[in-house]
Design a protein around this ligand. Structure first.
Ligand code: TXA
Ligand code: MG
Length: 311
């Protein structure tokens, strides 16, 4: 059920139940990060493999000190991006004697942390403490950018969903492995562009490749729209639909991610457009080329995963 009562969500979470909450990237399925009971419900409802760890959401840097090692340099990085409301997740080393349930980290010695930049999410976390929250969709399906997407993804098993409107960014956070501050590694392209990270760190940032698995959850097949997806094409065959980009999209384009060719607008619209196209039950979704610059890298990453065959 979709509701607007934030206090109801807070008291539910405090009782170690789970609920869907809005963030600026996508909706998250949240539970108290120290609660085995709550976090096991998250894995169960999502049908998520236990080896795929979750991100812990905090409302300020101080909360991190209770569970992860944090140097001054790492704090400077976090403050720079978080004070500018940038969707950055960083992977840090876990502290000894932390209270986070091991389910969250899938047994790793590191932990992914981010501060969401949605006023409702911040308000909730201030009152509940750190929350584990993966995207609020069943495993391998499209990420939700509206409360209605969460409801349709889980159907009759849907949790209570706090309506916070459409997610501003529309794509998940960028994940940066920052255990060694001198060697940041991009684990997942996302709302913060590689260019912005490289400008901050004043160095080239290496990209995580499928071979050296740092993020077990970076599964190749993900974000399935329920039908085949073809990338970098402007032509369609019978029964197919075309997801366009920019002003050169042909007249038979079914939906355009951004008429003006703006990448931020395309990211914001991406998952909703894929939801809408999948409702048409097409033989395939064809997608026009999208530049790989800025947030375009993350858009292409999600589309490549949606196009990958299940193997
Ligand atoms: O924008 C977002 O990040 C959204 C919103 C809800 O905050 N959350 C999200 O969570 O995308 P999820 O569970 O769909 O993706 C979490 C990713 C997974 O790919 C997982 O492998 C990675 O974070 N991850 C979590 N802990 C990690 C760790 N210790 N080391 C490396 N990767 C980790
Ligand atoms: Mg996800």
């Amino acid at each position: 059920m979709i509701i607007h009562d934030i206090q109801k969500i807070i008291s539910l979470l405090k009782k170690e139940e789970i609920a869907a909450i809005p963030t600026e990237t996508v909706y998250g399925l949240a539970g108290i990060a120290t609660s085995y009971k709550a976090v096991s419900k998250i894995y169960k409802l999502k049908n998520r493999p236990a080896f795929n760890p979750l991100i812990v959401h905090v409302s300020n840097v101080e909360q991190i000190h209770t569970f992860a090692e944090l140097s001054l340099e790492q704090i400077t990085c976090l403050e720079y991006f978080w004070n500018h409301e940038q969707p950055l997740t960083i992977v840090l080393r876990l502290k000894n004697n932390h209270q986070i349930t091991p389910l969250v980290t899938a047994g790793l010695s590191t932990i992914a942390v981010r501060k969401p930049h949605h006023p409702l999410a911040i308000e909730i976390i201030k009152q509940t403490g750190p929350l584990a929250a993966p995207s609020a969709n069943t495993s391998n399906k499209l990420s939700p950018t509206k409360a209605e997407h969460v409801e349709s993804s889980f159907g009759e098993n849907a949790p209570l969903i706090l309506d916070g409107g459409e997610c501003l960014i529309g794509l998940e956070s960028t994940i940066l492995h920052l255990v060694d501050i001198k060697k940041p590694i991009l684990l997942r392209a996302g709302g913060v562009s590689l260019e912005k990270l490289e400008a901050f760190f004043k160095q080239t940032i290496s990209l995580h490749t499928e071979k050296k698995i740092q993020a077990p959850g970076q599964l190749k097949h993900h974000y399935s729209p329920g039908c085949p997806l073809k990338m970098n094409t402007t032509t369609i065959e019978d029964g197919e639909v075309l997801l366009g980009f920019g002003e050169n999209a042909p007249p038979y384009t079914t939906l355009n991610l951004s008429q003006k060719g703006h990448l931020d607008e395309a990211a914001h619209n991406l998952f909703h457009a894929l939801y809408q196209l999948s409702l048409l039950k097409p033989k395939a979704i064809a997608v026009m080329p999208i530049p790989k610059t800025g947030i375009g890298l993350a858009i292409n990453d999600r589309l490549e995963r949606a196009a990958a065959k299940n193997d």
